[in-house]
Structures are given as structure tokens and as C-alpha cells.
Design a protein around this ligand. Structure first.
Ligand code: TIU
Length: 221
């Protein structure tokens, strides 16, 4: 079934049966105090704005039976998949693998690595664990999309200019139509959020389209 989503730089027509909702890294490590985001010096409360809009689109996607995919950034407990260059970077208060109040920072299986309660995956929703910022790099995301006949992605998550932008660029080069739901994304830097969305929709939609939760819910409802 073809649907039309109001978006920028123009409305986009997509086949609902070939569309998945992709929710990127809505993890406690980024959204809650004591996690990776805070160790980097960020005010994690800035990401809260995306939670309710994500809840609304997640509910709408589940109602339609659309494929919902969640991603999580993180590493193996032995850090064998974590590049030293990533671990050593900057001067965080705690490094990847160090023990924090939500367990070891950005480590799979730890409470902080998991998805926030408000958006917790349900049975049948694939969760993609990724070692990098992009969700395609060293994961089976493309295989999951191919096996489900997916051509279009409705993209939500954090942070707008880091994991959302990286993933959208990866997806665009692989031929997927990406519709980024702007209010379902957030950044520790409001100006990067705004610019991150602008970069996607500029030049006639060089990486895809930008829409929002209301337009998505109206289009699939
Ligand atoms: N630091 C930051 O803005 N983001 C990340 O490290 N990962 C994601 O965006 N998920």
C-alpha cells in the first residue's frame, strides 16, 4: 500500500509493506545520567525531547504491523571489538568498559547498554548490536532488511549528528529511502540537531527526507 508522508524538501510516497521503523540507540547509556553520554561531558536531559515522539511513532508502527528494528551501540565485555582509537579518545570521566552506576560503560549485557524502558523492544522486533556509529558497519542490518523486503526506512533516535546521520548516509548509499523523523531525534547540541537535519534534506534531499512524528502517524494511520 502506497502512503504519502509530508516531508521536506518534498512529500514522499513509499510502499508501507516495504518500510521499516529504525530506532537508533535509544539506550540508557545515552539518555540517562551515569552512562556513556554523561561521561563525555554532555547534559543527557537534552535527549528527553525525542522520547515521547518516538513512543508515538513506535505505537503507530506496531499498530500497522510494520517491521520495527532497534539498534544499540556497544561492545563485547572483553573489548575485542572496540577500536583502541575509540577507547582512548578524549578525556571522558569514565572510558568504555569502566564501571559506572549502570554497569560497565557501553558494554553489551550491562543495564546502561540496554534500551530505555519507554521504548523497550517487544517480541519479533530485531535488535541490532553495533560496534560503531553507523548501524550497517559490522552488523547484519542489511541482511535483515533484505530478508524482509525493506526499501524505505523511517529513522528515529540519538544522536542526530552522530549515529543517526552516519546510519542515514550508510543507508542512502545502499539504496534505501530514508525519512528522518526530526522530533524523534535529539542531540546534546541543539545546533547540531538542527544542522544535522538540514544536511539530510538540503540539495533536493541529498541523503533523504525530513519529516516528524505527527506526519508519520497521520500517514500510516
Ligand atoms: N556522542 C554522541 O553524540 N553519540 C554517540 O556517541 N553515539 C550515538 O549517537 N548513538
Amino acid at each position: 500500500m502506497m502512503i504519502t508522508i509530508t516531508a521536506e524538501p518534498q512529500s514522499v510516497q513509499i510502499d508501507l509493506a516495504r518500510t521499516a521503523l529504525l530506532i537508533i540507540d535509544m539506550q540508557r547509556d545515552f539518555l540517562e545520567p551515569g552512562g556513556f553520554g554523561e561521561t563525555l561531558g554532555n547534559d543527557v536531559s537534552l535527549l528527553e525531547a525525542a522520547v515521547d515522539p518516538c513512543k508515538a511513532v513506535l505505537a503507530a508502527a506496531r499498530d500497522t504491523g510494520m517491521l520495527v528494528i532497534h539498534t544499540r551501540e556497544g561492545h563485547r565485555p572483553d573489548l575485542s571489538d572496540a577500536p583502541p582509537a575509540k577507547i582512548e579518545r578524549g578525556a571522558p570521566s569514565k572510558r568504555i568498559g569502566d564501571l559506572g552506576p549502570m554497569g560497565r560503560i557501553l558494554i553489551r549485557g550491562e543495564p546502561g547498554h540496554d534500551i530505555i524502558d519507554a521504548l523497550y523492544p517487544i517480541e519479533g522486533e530485531p535488535v541490532i548490536d553495533k560496534p560503531g556509529k553507523g548501524a550497517f558497519y559490522q552488523t547484519d542490518l542489511q541482511l535483515v532488511l533484505q530478508n524482509n523486503g525493506i526499501e524505505n526506512l523511517l529513522v528515529c533516535g540519538v544522536t542526530t549528528e552522530v549515529c543517526v546521520n552516519t546510519t542515514v548516509r550508510e543507508a542512502n548509499d545502499r539504496g534505501y529511502r530514508c525519512v528522518v523523523l526530526g522530533d524523534c531525534c535529539a542531540s546534546y547540541f541543539p545546533e547540531f540537531h538542527a544542522m544535522g537535519l538540514k544536511m539530510i534534506k538540503a540539495q533536493g534531499g541529498i541523503f533523504g527526507w525530513v519529516s516528524d512524528s505527527r506526519a508519520m502517524v497521520a500517514a500510516v494511520g
